[in-house]
Design a protein around this ligand. Structure first.
Ligand SMILES: [Zn+2]
Length: 223
């Protein structure tokens, strides 16, 4: 009887240790995953981006140099510089922008974005042609838009929106300068400091909207 009890205690002890260790590593993983870019913490999201020509029996001419091989970061930035991206907030001039990409945010994270201050309700425009990859609401980013560029190499992220432009929908093609929504303070933005949190990422090869390597938008928009 005593022996059985001891075994039971030992088993219980082992279980507690196992749970403790799993909890600690889970918490660590969660901390690492918490939105570096005010992005949502999403770990398993099915990719549901429509690809042009998938229903056609004729192969769509979709192969481009960019699609064939992932660009080096230097080349990627060069490509983006050539696009001459539109400033995404009405009335904002290049000289009005501030480089806050490397600023630190909560939990030792880097901002990885720039904040463009503007009154609530100011129009937000697409910086480039492309497609609406995802309309997403997150705790940090509030009402957000993920746009892919035409080659699906980059994502453009617009956060803290007050509302979307009427009729805006996922998978919708958009053109540079198109109205996407309005500046606000949804998510973790301060109520009295509405702004657009704008980020660019080079997508991973799986082209998941919530992943990618951050690229500083400041040098691309300030000239
Ligand atoms: Zn921000």
């Amino acid at each position: 009887m005593r022996r059985v009890d001891r075994r039971r205690v030992e088993r219980l002890r082992r279980r507690v240790v196992t749970i403790g260790v799993s909890f600690a590593s889970g918490a660590l993983a969660a901390t690492l995953l918490i939105d570096r870019l005010d992005r949502p913490v999403v770990q398993t999201e099915p990719v549901a981006i429509a690809t042009a020509g998938t229903t056609s029996s004729v192969a769509a001419p979709r192969a481009t140099a960019i699609e064939a091989a992932p660009l080096s970061m230097g080349d990627a930035i060069g490509v983006l510089a050539g696009r001459k991206l539109e400033i995404p907030v009405r009335g904002v001039k290049p000289t009005d922008l501030h480089d806050t990409f490397d600023d630190s945010r909560a939990l030792g994270r880097r901002h990885d974005a720039i904040d463009i201050m503007a009154p609530r309700g100011t129009e937000v425009f697409a910086v480039d042609d492309g497609t609406i990859a995802k309309l997403f609401t997150s705790h940090a980013g509030g009402l957000t838009i993920y746009q892919f560029d035409p080659t699906r190499t980059f994502s453009y992220y617009y956060a803290h929106l007050d509302r979307y432009a009427e009729g805006l929908a996922e998978h919708q093609p958009v053109h540079r300068g198109q109205l996407l929504g309005y500046v606000g303070s949804t998510g973790n933005a301060s109520e009295d400091a509405p702004h657009l949190h704008f980020a660019i990422a080079r997508l991973d090869t799986d082209r998941s909207w919530w992943k990618g390597e951050p690229i500083n938008p400041y040098p691309l928009l300030s000239k």
